[in-house]
Design a binder for this molecule. Structure first.
Ligand SMILES: C[S@@+](CC[C@H](N)C(=O)[O-])C[C@H]1O[C@@H](n2cnc3c(N)ncnc32)[C@H](O)[C@@H]1O
Length: 229
């Protein structure tokens, strides 16, 4: 007799295996870095831009683009109130925005970093040992994984323009569901408008406001504040 599973049920074990595989790969990467000299090695290099280039070559669609410069990092984090509570960072990559958040006064233990690339997640764990680092896709994170932390803001370095609409929707819905009611998502883009499509914004009852253009970034970028209506 053929066993017929509903598609959602059939997909779930695969998703769980994916999360597990990502966590295991991240642990293996951590061990490799430790053997090569530990966190000191991370501080020494390779230079961030080179590391970003390597990760881009390894997975162009996922890495998305360039490592952001300090001007963009300072701008995308400038509205974050360090006293408001934990901050969720999506796609921290090499940790450019993470360091800007720390410079703004957000305590390291109040950072939740969600990074899909297991190699980068391993580096983040070693570089920011007090932060909660989740080696998984932003849309598949669950409240349990956040261990009861309730972010007051989200900073995103995700290459949203590379993602299909339903994935963007999943990521936004998950991020807002973790956060306090008045939390905003700060997202940058190299494009001429908000990287979340208008129909998604309307369906999810969200608003976007451009807070800045950062000409001193390569390439120049815009920062958007996305909030619930
Ligand atoms: C363009 S890089 C930005 C890194 C850094 N925030 C910056 O601005 O330099 C995008 C990062 O998002 C990560 N990423 C891509 N898709 C993701 C997803 N679905 N969930 C979590 N991280 C993701 C990539 O691995 C990469 O580290």
């Amino acid at each position: 007799m053929k066993l017929k599973l509903k598609p959602a049920i059939a997909r779930r074990p695969r998703a769980m295996m994916g999360k597990l595989a990502s966590a295991v790969r991240s642990k293996i990467e951590m061990e490799k870095i430790r053997r090569r000299g530990g966190p000191a090695r991370i501080r020494k290099g390779p230079p961030e831009a080179l590391l970003g280039l390597r990760r881009f070559v390894a997975n162009p669609r996922q890495f998305g683009g360039f490592v952001s410069g300090p001007a963009l990092a300072a701008t995308i984090t400038r509205e974050i109130d360090p006293a408001a509570g934990p901050v969720l960072e999506l796609g921290p990559g090499t940790g450019v925005f993470t360091r800007a958040l720390l410079a703004r006064g957000v305590p390291e233990h109040n950072l939740i970093l969600v990074e899909a690339d297991p190699m980068l997640a391993a580096r983040l764990r070693l570089a920011f040992p007090q932060a909660l680092v989740l080696a998984c896709k932003a849309g598949s994170a669950t409240p349990e994984m956040l261990g009861g932390l309730r972010p007051a803001a989200v900073v995103s370095g995700l290459p949203l323009l590379n993602f299909p609409g339903r994935e963007v929707e999943r990521i936004l819905a998950a991020a807002f569901s973790f956060c306090t009611a008045d939390a905003a998502i700060y997202q940058f883009t190299y494009g001429p408008k908000c990287p979340v499509r208008e129909e998604i914004m309307a369906r999810m009852e969200l608003s976007a406001q451009r807070t800045a253009r950062v000409w001193r970034n390569v390439p120049p970028a815009s920062v958007y504040r996305i909030t619930r209506d």
